[in-house]
Design a binder for this molecule. Structure first.
Ligand code: NAP
Ligand code: MG
Length: 403
């Protein structure tokens, strides 16, 4: 059988620990036998980042801008303990944060659904994808403990020195707390574009919610900018794709989401997205079954697993013990990237291969062949727990029997 060829490379970003081990198994068993893989390779292991003073991370992000599609392995975000463990020159920033800043991207998180794992929220039969605006608000705030009685004031001075406003926030007659947050129009607009692009790219409706009835300027600006970008740039495209953009108050959105069957993208402000993505993930079962895509407003895509490097399993693996680590999210990052590459290059064979590989992986689990994390979640008569590589080999076996 001849291998599927690729006309353009995708950006391959390798990482750390257990996910790096899984990375090689996936390539060896599930990709290289079928695809004449073309990648531009970046090694973002902590050792390599240290060697290059983290320049490699910047180069990887630039490469995604050039080739438009990347796939990334989980990477360690160093803390003090890691600096010691790896003897690092300094405590590098999160690679995901660096890449997201360069691509100006929004992260979309979606669960991988299998029929044998019933979501805790009964009506959810299709994935709910959360888009989180990962910029500003309380994550970039100035906050204070107010120790004593007194007046809290807020003012704004324009660049030319003109004082545009000066207001009392609260006249404290008791100790309390105080916080100032901000956001930027251009960041909100990028977020909106990334959401509309991703909705079109995945053929799903887009919901957006804020608390605009209470926050008549702050949240209302989000609502207005989304509406403006939608009308100007996306309304016609949504209509011809048969898709809907739907804005509603966050309370109403929560109530509707709980009763929905899923199958849409829910765009959230920073804090709402932080909270809601964990709620959605836990209802669908396991962090190991969550995928994540970074989408830039100009339509560049980086696929990855939502989980980290699974350190605890890696230490076992390093000590020669068997592990049973779930490779689904990392595999779906690869198939997602290959599928997107295929779509952009009009490479139908590559798209077909990626779809079939995803189907093989789902069938593997639905036939009762699972890693340990799913054993207690899957509702099946017979369950076989496989080790990390054994699961991937089983997926290949099933793929090879598919027409
Ligand atoms: P984690 O790697 O996601 O793992 C946390 C726990 O979740 C694991 O110990 C395991 O539970 C379970 N788990 C996660 N993925 C799994 C999988 N594929 N199969 C089976 N079980 C899985 O999070 P962490 O331990 O907090 O972080 C480890 C390292 O990852 C850190 O250095 C952090 O900086 C990095 N990280 C990277 C990214 C990224 O690159 N996107 C994201 C998050 C964290 P049990 O141990 O109970 O089996
Ligand atoms: Mg959270």
């Amino acid at each position: 059988m001849s291998k599927i060829t690729m006309s353009t490379p995708l950006v391959e970003i390798n990482g750390d620990e257990m996910t790096r081990i899984i990375w090689d198994y996936i390539k060896e068993h599930l990709i290289l036998p079928y695809v004449d893989l073309k990648t531009e390779y970046y090694d973002l292991s902590l050792v390599k980042r240290d060697e290059t003073d983290d320049q490699i991370t910047v180069e990887a992000a630039e490469a995604i801008k050039k080739y438009r599609v990347g796939v990334k392995c989980a990477t360690i975000t160093p803390n003090a303990q890691r600096v010691q463990e790896y003897g690092l020159k300094r405590m590098y920033k999160s690679p995901n944060g660096t890449i997201r800043a360069i691509l100006d991207g929004t992260v979309f998180r979606a669960p991988i659904i299998v029929s044998c794992i019933k979501p805790f929220v009964r009506p959810w039969v299709k994935p709910i994808t959360i888009a989180r605006h990962a910029y500003g608000d309380i994550y970039k705030c100035q906050e204070f403990r107010v120790p004593t009685n007194g007046k809290a004031e807020i003012s704004f001075t324009a660049e030319n020195g003109e004082k545009l406003f000066h207001e009392t926030v609260f006249d404290f007659k008791t100790p309390g707390v105080l916080m100032a947050t901000y956001n930027k129009d251009d960041s909100i607009i990028s977020f909106a574009r990334a959401c509309f692009e991703y909705a079109l790219s995945t053929n799903q409706d887009l919901w957006f919610s804020t608390k605009d009835t209470i926050s008549k300027k702050y949240d209302h600006t989000f609502k207005d900018l989304f509406e403006e970008i939608f009308k100007k740039e996306y309304k016609a495209k949504f209509e011809s794709a048969g898709l809907t953009y739907f804005y509603t108050l966050i309370d109403d959105a929560v109530a509707r989401v709980m009763r929905s069957e899923g199958g849409f993208i829910w765009a959230c402000k920073n804090y709402d997205g932080d909270v809601m993505s964990d709620m959605v993930a836990s209802s669908f079962g396991s962090l190991a079954m969550m995928t994540s895509v970074l989408v830039s407003p100009d339509g560049n895509f980086e696929f990855e697993a939502a989980h980290g490097t699974v350190t605890r399993h890696y230490y076992k693996h390093r000590d020669g013990e068997k592990t049973s680590t779930n490779s689904m999210a990392t595999l779906f990052a690869w198939t997602g990237a290959l599928k997107k590459r295929g779509e952009l290059d009009n490479n139908a064979a590559l798209v077909e291969y990626a779809n079939k590989m995803e189907q093989a992986a789902l069938t593997t689990i639905e036939s009762g062949y699972v890693t340990k994390d799913l054993a207690s979640l899957a509702e099946l008569d017979e369950i076989h727990i496989l080790d990390t590589e054994g699961f991937i080999v089983k997926v290949k076996e099933i793929y090879d029997t598919m027409a």
